[in-house]
Design a protein around this ligand. Structure first.
Ligand code: SF4
Ligand code: SF4
Length: 176
Protein backbone atom coordinates (compact mmCIF):
# COMPACT_ATOMS: atom_id res chain seq x y z
CA UNK A 1 0.00 0.00 0.00
CA UNK A 2 2.73 2.43 0.92
CA UNK A 3 4.68 1.39 -2.22
CA UNK A 4 1.63 2.25 -4.34
CA UNK A 5 1.22 5.66 -2.71
CA UNK A 6 4.95 6.35 -3.23
CA UNK A 7 4.64 5.51 -6.94
CA UNK A 8 1.56 7.69 -7.18
CA UNK A 9 3.39 10.60 -5.54
CA UNK A 10 6.36 10.24 -7.93
CA UNK A 11 3.98 10.00 -10.89
CA UNK A 12 2.19 13.15 -9.79
CA UNK A 13 5.52 14.96 -9.49
CA UNK A 14 6.52 13.98 -13.04
CA UNK A 15 3.05 14.90 -14.32
CA UNK A 16 3.38 18.38 -12.81
CA UNK A 17 6.76 18.79 -14.52
CA UNK A 18 5.40 17.52 -17.85
CA UNK A 19 2.46 19.90 -17.71
CA UNK A 20 4.85 22.88 -17.58
CA UNK A 21 7.39 21.67 -20.15
CA UNK A 22 5.73 23.42 -23.10
CA UNK A 23 4.88 26.63 -21.29
CA UNK A 24 6.65 29.94 -21.74
CA UNK A 25 9.20 30.67 -19.05
CA UNK A 26 8.21 33.34 -16.52
CA UNK A 27 11.79 33.90 -15.41
CA UNK A 28 13.26 37.18 -16.58
CA UNK A 29 17.02 37.53 -17.00
CA UNK A 30 17.30 40.81 -15.13
CA UNK A 31 19.05 43.21 -15.71
CA UNK A 32 19.53 42.22 -19.37
CA UNK A 33 15.76 41.77 -19.69
CA UNK A 34 13.48 44.26 -17.97
CA UNK A 35 9.91 43.86 -16.90
CA UNK A 36 7.68 46.90 -17.35
CA UNK A 37 5.97 47.58 -14.02
CA UNK A 38 2.33 48.58 -13.86
CA UNK A 39 1.70 52.34 -14.09
CA UNK A 40 0.58 52.47 -10.44
CA UNK A 41 3.70 50.67 -9.22
CA UNK A 42 5.12 52.60 -6.25
CA UNK A 43 8.81 53.31 -6.63
CA UNK A 44 10.92 56.44 -7.12
CA UNK A 45 9.20 59.61 -5.93
CA UNK A 46 9.18 62.81 -7.98
CA UNK A 47 7.97 66.37 -7.50
CA UNK A 48 5.88 67.51 -10.45
CA UNK A 49 4.94 70.83 -12.02
CA UNK A 50 1.51 72.22 -12.87
CA UNK A 51 0.38 72.76 -16.49
CA UNK A 52 1.88 76.30 -16.40
CA UNK A 53 5.29 74.85 -15.58
CA UNK A 54 5.28 76.14 -11.98
CA UNK A 55 6.27 73.99 -9.03
CA UNK A 56 3.19 72.34 -7.58
CA UNK A 57 4.56 71.87 -4.09
CA UNK A 58 3.29 74.51 -1.65
CA UNK A 59 5.46 73.26 1.22
CA UNK A 60 2.46 72.41 3.40
CA UNK A 61 4.34 69.62 5.22
CA UNK A 62 1.43 67.18 4.84
CA UNK A 63 3.55 64.56 3.08
CA UNK A 64 6.16 64.91 5.77
CA UNK A 65 3.54 64.47 8.50
CA UNK A 66 2.01 61.45 6.76
CA UNK A 67 5.32 59.67 6.22
CA UNK A 68 5.53 56.80 8.71
CA UNK A 69 9.34 56.68 8.64
CA UNK A 70 9.96 60.43 8.72
CA UNK A 71 12.11 60.53 5.62
CA UNK A 72 10.75 63.76 4.09
CA UNK A 73 11.96 67.17 5.22
CA UNK A 74 11.65 70.64 3.74
CA UNK A 75 11.66 74.34 4.44
CA UNK A 76 8.75 76.49 3.31
CA UNK A 77 9.15 79.92 1.72
CA UNK A 78 6.82 82.47 0.16
CA UNK A 79 7.09 84.55 -2.99
CA UNK A 80 6.13 88.25 -3.00
CA UNK A 81 2.76 87.34 -4.55
CA UNK A 82 1.93 85.03 -1.64
CA UNK A 83 2.60 81.79 -3.48
CA UNK A 84 4.31 79.25 -1.23
CA UNK A 85 7.04 76.91 -2.32
CA UNK A 86 9.68 74.66 -0.81
CA UNK A 87 13.00 76.47 -0.42
CA UNK A 88 14.53 73.03 -0.10
CA UNK A 89 12.95 69.59 -0.13
CA UNK A 90 14.68 66.36 0.79
CA UNK A 91 13.75 62.69 0.72
CA UNK A 92 15.98 60.05 2.26
CA UNK A 93 15.29 57.03 0.06
CA UNK A 94 17.37 54.78 2.28
CA UNK A 95 14.51 54.98 4.80
CA UNK A 96 11.56 55.20 2.40
CA UNK A 97 9.32 52.12 2.39
CA UNK A 98 7.44 53.23 -0.77
CA UNK A 99 4.10 53.08 0.98
CA UNK A 100 2.66 55.96 -1.07
CA UNK A 101 1.14 57.77 1.91
CA UNK A 102 2.94 60.99 1.00
CA UNK A 103 1.37 60.98 -2.47
CA UNK A 104 -2.05 60.25 -0.97
CA UNK A 105 -1.71 63.14 1.48
CA UNK A 106 -0.54 65.74 -1.03
CA UNK A 107 -3.31 68.26 -1.81
CA UNK A 108 -1.58 69.64 -4.89
CA UNK A 109 -0.61 66.35 -6.62
CA UNK A 110 2.97 67.58 -6.40
CA UNK A 111 4.53 64.46 -4.95
CA UNK A 112 3.97 61.36 -7.04
CA UNK A 113 5.22 57.80 -7.17
CA UNK A 114 6.72 56.49 -10.41
CA UNK A 115 7.45 52.91 -11.55
CA UNK A 116 11.21 53.61 -11.70
CA UNK A 117 12.53 51.05 -9.21
CA UNK A 118 16.20 51.16 -10.24
CA UNK A 119 17.47 53.63 -7.67
CA UNK A 120 19.96 51.45 -5.79
CA UNK A 121 23.30 53.08 -4.93
CA UNK A 122 26.51 51.75 -3.46
CA UNK A 123 26.94 54.74 -1.19
CA UNK A 124 23.92 55.16 1.07
CA UNK A 125 24.43 58.93 1.18
CA UNK A 126 23.60 59.05 -2.52
CA UNK A 127 20.08 57.95 -1.61
CA UNK A 128 19.40 61.34 -0.06
CA UNK A 129 17.63 63.20 -2.86
CA UNK A 130 17.41 66.98 -2.86
CA UNK A 131 14.78 69.09 -4.59
CA UNK A 132 16.94 69.39 -7.72
CA UNK A 133 16.97 65.58 -7.97
CA UNK A 134 13.24 65.22 -7.32
CA UNK A 135 11.70 68.03 -9.37
CA UNK A 136 10.79 66.99 -12.91
CA UNK A 137 9.73 69.15 -15.83
CA UNK A 138 6.39 67.45 -16.41
CA UNK A 139 3.00 67.14 -14.70
CA UNK A 140 3.16 63.40 -14.04
CA UNK A 141 -0.10 61.51 -13.65
CA UNK A 142 -2.42 64.53 -13.33
CA UNK A 143 -1.58 66.67 -16.34
CA UNK A 144 -4.48 69.13 -15.99
CA UNK A 145 -4.48 69.74 -12.25
CA UNK A 146 -3.46 73.19 -11.05
CA UNK A 147 -3.93 73.70 -7.31
CA UNK A 148 -3.73 77.50 -7.43
CA UNK A 149 -6.50 77.71 -10.02
CA UNK A 150 -8.77 76.12 -7.41
CA UNK A 151 -7.50 77.77 -4.27
CA UNK A 152 -6.28 81.15 -5.46
CA UNK A 153 -3.06 82.61 -4.14
CA UNK A 154 -2.72 83.47 -0.45
CA UNK A 155 -3.71 86.88 0.87
CA UNK A 156 -0.71 89.22 0.81
CA UNK A 157 -2.22 92.22 2.60
CA UNK A 158 -2.93 92.01 6.33
CA UNK A 159 -6.53 91.24 7.34
CA UNK A 160 -8.69 94.27 6.73
CA UNK A 161 -6.20 95.72 4.27
CA UNK A 162 -7.94 94.66 1.07
CA UNK A 163 -10.49 96.64 -0.92
CA UNK A 164 -14.00 96.64 0.65
CA UNK A 165 -12.75 94.53 3.57
CA UNK A 166 -13.59 95.50 7.15
CA UNK A 167 -10.82 95.42 9.73
CA UNK A 168 -10.87 92.35 11.98
CA UNK A 169 -13.03 92.51 15.09
CA UNK A 170 -11.35 92.28 18.47
CA UNK A 171 -13.66 89.72 20.11
CA UNK A 172 -12.76 90.99 23.58
CA UNK A 173 -14.67 94.21 22.80
CA UNK A 174 -17.83 92.08 22.41
CA UNK A 175 -17.66 90.75 25.95
CA UNK A 176 -20.44 92.00 28.28
S1 SF4 B 1 6.44 56.51 0.17
FE1 SF4 B 1 5.92 56.30 2.35
S2 SF4 B 1 7.88 56.06 3.37
FE2 SF4 B 1 8.33 56.85 1.31
S3 SF4 B 1 8.43 59.07 1.55
FE3 SF4 B 1 6.33 58.57 0.99
S4 SF4 B 1 5.23 58.34 2.96
FE4 SF4 B 1 7.43 58.24 3.41
S1 SF4 C 1 4.69 67.63 -1.78
FE1 SF4 C 1 2.50 68.04 -1.48
S2 SF4 C 1 2.07 67.40 0.64
FE2 SF4 C 1 4.30 67.62 0.43
S3 SF4 C 1 4.71 69.70 1.12
FE3 SF4 C 1 4.50 69.76 -1.12
S4 SF4 C 1 2.35 70.25 -1.44
FE4 SF4 C 1 2.51 69.59 0.68
Amino acid sequence: MSLLSDIKAIGLGFWTTLRHVGRRSVTIQYPEEKRTPFPRYRARIVLTRDPDGEERCVACYLCSAACPVDCISMQSAERPNGRRYAAWFRINFSRCIFCGLCAEACPTMAIQMTPDFEICKRDIMNLVYEKEDLLIDGCGKDPDYNFYRHSGIGVVNPRGGNQNENPPVDVRTLLP
